[in-house]
Structure formats: C-alpha cells, structure tokens
Design a protein around this ligand. Structure first.
Ligand code: GLU
Length: 307
C-alpha cells in the first residue's frame, strides 16, 4: 500500500467491539479475521471499545472482552481506545458539519417517519421533511446529514463492488440522536481516521453501512480506508449471532476449540497435525497460511458448532 508520494504505508487494522456483553462466536470471527489480516501483512492491530451507547452497555463487559482476547492469544498494539472518552472530538466534527451546512436539526418522531410510508432497503427512509425547515437545536431534535442520490460505491476486498444511492435507499441519516447520543457512523469514521486505519475488516452485516461512512469521510475531509467484509455467523433461524439473539459467550478458559472453529468458519481449518498444538503454534500456522481468497464469498453462514 502506498500514499500519494509513493511511500509504503504500514498496514493498520482494528477490532472494534461494542461492550454489550461478553464476546460470542460471531465477534470472535471478526476479531480473528481482522487479526490474521493485520498480522499476515506485518501490520498493527488495534482494539477500540465502542462504548458510546451507554444504555446498551453492560458494566464490566469491556474488561471482560479484553480478558477474553488476551486468553485467546490476541496481542494488540498501542493502548486500547474507548469511544466514551472521545466525545469532544465527535462534537467538534458535528460543529464542522453544521458550519458546512451538511446537517440539519430534525423534530420528526419515528411514528411520523413511518407514516410517510417510504420503505428502503433498511426500513423507513427519511423523506427529508425537516431539511428546509431551519429548526434550531432543542428537546427531541436529532441531527441528520443531508444526502444526495449520486451512487456512493467502493470495492470491497472480498465481496467486490458495492454501491448505494443514499437519498433513496437510506434517506438523510441521524448522526446525533434526539437524546444527544452521538451515532455510530460519526464516531466510527472519526476514530478510523484518528487511528490511521488502512483497512477495516468486519462482518458483512456492516457492508451496507459503509457508503454512509464513506459519505461522512468525504464531508469531513477524511481518508477512506480499504474495506473487507467477512461472512457473519447466523443461528438456525438466520439471525446474526448477537446479544439480542442470545448468542452464547465463548469460553474464557478453553479457547482452543473456539479458535479452531472460527478458523474453520473462515475456511482455514487447522490440519490434524495441529490438533494437540498450543495457541501460539495455532496462531503461527494461521498467520502463515492466511489467505482472504479462501474465505467463503457469502454474506452469512450458519454457525458451525464450536466444540
Ligand atoms: N462496534 C461494532 C460492533 O460491535 C463494529 C463496528 C465496526 O467494526 O465498524 O458490531
């Protein structure tokens, strides 16, 4: 990878869990894929705790996630970043977007938006009702980004080209909620830029969030990293493994079978000669063998029983 001057830039990847509960098999896949991609490129691998959504955060979950990563043999570089300690940076970005006229206050309720009846790929599309109303900030007012309908696309390193027309597919989206909470899309683009992330490796459930993030990067003059979206693990009912779908925590004391299962999920099942190998040998083998071309080119895979 080179920058505009042709100087080789060091690969910097990341894992960005939300501390809503202990790590489950789905998050282990994202951690494993991003780690192997970074280590196989002799790059850095950073950990960022996405703890902005305080009502959904489970006390102690961030520390538990870090303990689990450590028990599985993940070694992160630099200090762990916590989004909850970075709110002034996000507010600064909001002011820049306001000054640039890219965002506006919106007083519409969810019910009002649903009543407009425009349904896009991801649910109700905001029809731009408050765009021209020039509302001030106040109780119950969110901040939305004004979108346009030009295609915003990118070449995913695994799934190929993906593009969206934001105005018709998502509508103007919220970057500060009515309760004052900074939305994920704004925090993630500010942090990926601040941490110098060169490639984002994460689950394909976030593929369709990427055009919104690229749009924000452009408005804020931030670089766009490369993206690689991994298949996500789903349960028997086709739902993504998550706290909401009651995904079980992965074992803290017996990591090896879970790690081997994550590798199998990514089509890098360890050979039988490594059956008795320790975590260190397993990681060494995986880093040497890692080839993203081998990962199944699909968005979702039914979970393989870890043990
Ligand atoms: N915090 C998000 C999650 O746990 C991941 C965000 C990202 O990788 O961009 O699902």
């Amino acid at each position: 990878m080179s920058d505009a001057t042709g100087t080789a830039r060091r690969y910097i990847g990341r894992f960005a869990p939300s501390p809503t509960g202990p790590l489950h098999f789905g998050s282990l896949i994202a951690a494993t894929g991003s780690y192997l991609q970074a280590r196989s490129k002799r790059g850095l691998w950073l950990v960022r705790i996405e703890d902005l959504d305080l009502p959904r955060e489970q006390p102690g979950a961030a520390a538990h996630i870090l303990r689990t990563l450590d028990a599985y043999g993940f070694q992160w570089d630099r200090e762990v970043v916590y989004q909850s300690r970075r709110t002034p940076i996000y507010h600064d970005a909001l002011s820049r977007l306001l000054t640039g006229g890219h965002v506006y206050y919106c007083g519409c309720t969810r019910t009002q938006i649903e009543a407009q009846g425009r349904i896009g790929t991801f649910g109700p599309v905001y029809p731009g009702t408050c765009r021209a109303r020039k509302l001030c900030d106040g109780r119950g007012r969110s901040l939305r980004v004004a979108t346009h309908d030009g295609a915003i696309g990118f070449d995913d390193a695994h799934l190929g080209h993906f593009s969206q027309r934001l105005e018709s597919e998502t509508g103007d989206f919220v970057i500060r909620r009515a309760d004052g909470q900074i939305a994920y899309h704004l925090a993630v683009v500010m942090d990926d830029a601040a941490q110098g992330i060169t490639q984002v490796v994460r689950g394909a459930d976030l593929l369709d969030s990427t055009p919104r993030q690229i749009y924000l990067q452009r408005l804020l003059g931030l670089p766009t990293p490369n993206y690689l979206h991994l298949p996500v693990a789903v349960n028997e009912s086709g739902q993504k493994l998550s706290k909401q779908t009651h995904a079980k925590a992965i074992s803290l004391t017996d990591p090896r079978p879970y790690l081997a299962a994550a590798l199998r999920f990514l089509n890098h099942g360890p050979p039988s000669s490594l059956q008795a190998a320790g975590l260190g040998d397993l990681w060494r083998w995986a880093i040497e063998t890692w080839s993203p071309d081998r990962i199944p080119r699909v968005h979702r895979i039914e979970r393989i029983q870890p043990v």
